[in-house]
Design a binder for this molecule. Structure first.
Ligand SMILES: Cc1cc2nc3c(=O)[nH]c(=O)nc-3n(C[C@H](O)[C@H](O)[C@H](O)COP(=O)(O)OP(=O)(O)OC[C@H]3O[C@@H](n4cnc5c(N)ncnc54)[C@H](O)[C@@H]3O)c2cc1C
Length: 433
């Protein structure tokens, strides 16, 4: 029987890995590659703030796992992983229910020789009172679409108002990391587009956007020379940026900070911090950390089981240097680790030693919607180069194109780029439903 590789999680990392392994080991019959995901379709997570603002129609950029599996010589299994039996090398999948609550796919077990966990992460509200109840999150396509529907409802209600009065909308975003910053800029853009389409009872200046950060500056994980111009640009766009403001409670219509301030908001988004899925905590004795990430070695094998790998946001992978820093939870890291694992799994089947992963930071680019992007690129020869404006935007978009290249190859990526261009000239620039 050929080697059974089971990859759980078809996100930024897992889907690239399944595709690469399918095209090589799967196609040649050297391994049976299976991808498991809780959903039928994939959308690249860094696009979700654009889905929320309506500048991206998620159905146009989603990928269907069944078709991708067929085209790339791997199997797809729909299901949410719920348990693990390491001794018998089996994982268990919970039953998948349809919208009426009836069983669509029953619960079942899958055997493996090599198991790769790439189940990602979700936003961490740190148990803040009222956050889960009153905030929206941007972890899934459904959540991003929910935000968009709520945003649009405000506009449609104001538009239907017969008394001719102008409306207001206030959005508060908790967390001035990349997601919060990009969402704020994208919403500013959406406010102008909605007004341009005639939904102008809420004028662009009447969309009040507040970005709230517990730390002393925006983009705390990035160098200050990126954070500073981003902060200035946001303020120029009219976004209120509050730093050193830790949200301690969320109510129906406001966010309260530990410093005693109250920020009223009709739409509240929590975009701070991450945690891995809770089922990873104490998963048949595997080692995990306080945010449920599985502890891995530089080979990306879990510390207590050589047959189980973990990568992407759900893994705590130490960076060399011993200062306790882990590889950051970013699409760039998931992409690099998927490339490494595509090689590692071939070597494992051949009984050879596995290479070690070293995170290479190629820089960070922050999109400020269609206005601009700001960031730095890192090169071996050039060191760190600051980029701003349209050139930075081109590099920002190229991150997504690289993901598409890994999934579809160069020809189909080119065709997708062309169809995006055509789509942009024939459809509204903002999703209006
Ligand atoms: C709004 C937003 C913007 C971002 N912008 C950027 C950016 O600009 N640049 C950047 O580098 N990073 C960005 N990130 C972070 C980036 O998206 C993640 O680091 C990256 O997606 C991690 O990839 P992954 O493969 O580990 O997990 P994911 O891409 O999250 O994929 C996880 C997959 O696992 C599946 N899954 C989860 N649990 C189970 C289960 N129990 N059983 C089966 N399947 C399961 C999910 O359905 C999903 O398909 C952003 C994140 C967000 C939310």
């Amino acid at each position: 029987m050929s080697h059974r590789i089971v990859i759980v999680g078809g996100g930024a990392g897992g889907l690239e890995l399944a595709t690469r392994l399918g095209r090589t080991l799967g196609k040649r019959g050297q391994a049976r590659v299976t991808l498991v995901d809780a959903n039928l379709t994939h959308i690249w997570k860094p696009l979700l703030h654009e889905v929320a603002a309506g500048s991206l129609n998620s159905s146009e950029d989603e990928l269907n796992y069944v078709a991708q599996a067929k085209w790339n010589h791997f199997e797809f299994q729909l299901g949410r992983m719920a348990g693990l039996n390491r001794a018998e090398r089996r994982i268990s999948l919970a039953a998948t229910l349809d919208e009426r609550g009836e069983v669509l796919v029953p619960e079942r077990e899958l055997g493996y020789d090599s198991l790769v966990l790439a189940v990602g992460s979700s936003t961490n509200d740190f148990g803040t009172t009222g956050a889960a109840e009153h905030c929206l999150f941007l972890d899934t396509r459904e959540q991003a679409e929910r935000f968009h529907r709520q945003l649009l409802s405000h506009y449609l209600r104001a538009h239907a108002n017969q008394d001719g009065s102008t409306g207001q909308i206030s959005v508060a975003i908790v967390g001035a990391g990349a997601t919060g910053v990009e969402l704020a800029a994208e919403l500013h853009h959406a406010a102008h587009e909605l007004a341009a389409y005639g939904l102008d009872r809420i004028r662009p200046e009447n969309m009040r956007i507040t970005l709230i950060e517990a730390g002393p500056r925006v983009l705390p994980a990035l160098p200050e020379r990126i954070g500073k111009p981003v902060h200035q640009t946001l303020e120029k766009l009219g976004v209120t940026v509050l730093t050193n403001a830790a949200v301690s409670q969320v109510t129906h219509d406001a966010l309260l900070t530990a410093q005693g301030d109250s920020i009223s908001a009709s739409l509240k988004v929590w975009a701070a911090g991450i945690r891995a899925p809770s089922f990873l905590k104490e998963l048949d004795g595997l080692e995990s950390n306080r945010i449920n990430q599985l502890q891995v070695r530089p080979t990306l094998q879990t510390t207590r089981d050589d047959n189980i790998f973990a990568f992407g946001d759900c893994a705590a992978c130490p960076q060399p240097g011993g200062d306790g820093r882990n590889v950051p939870p970013r699409a760039q890291a998931a992409h690099q680790q998927a490339s490494l694992l595509a090689k590692s799994l071939k070597l494992r089947i051949a009984g050879q030693a596995l290479p070690e992963y070293r995170y290479r930071d190629y820089g960070s680019l922050i999109s400020l919607s269609s206005f601009s992007a700001i960031g730095n690129l890192m090169g071996n020869l050039t060191g760190s180069v600051m980029l701003e404006g349209w050139l930075a935007r081109v590099f920002y978009i190229s991150l997504y194109r690289m993901h598409q290249m890994a999934l579809y190859g160069p020809l189909r990526t080119l065709l997708l780029m062309l169809s995006d261009r055509i789509g942009r000239s024939t459809e509204p620039r903002l999703k209006l439903h």
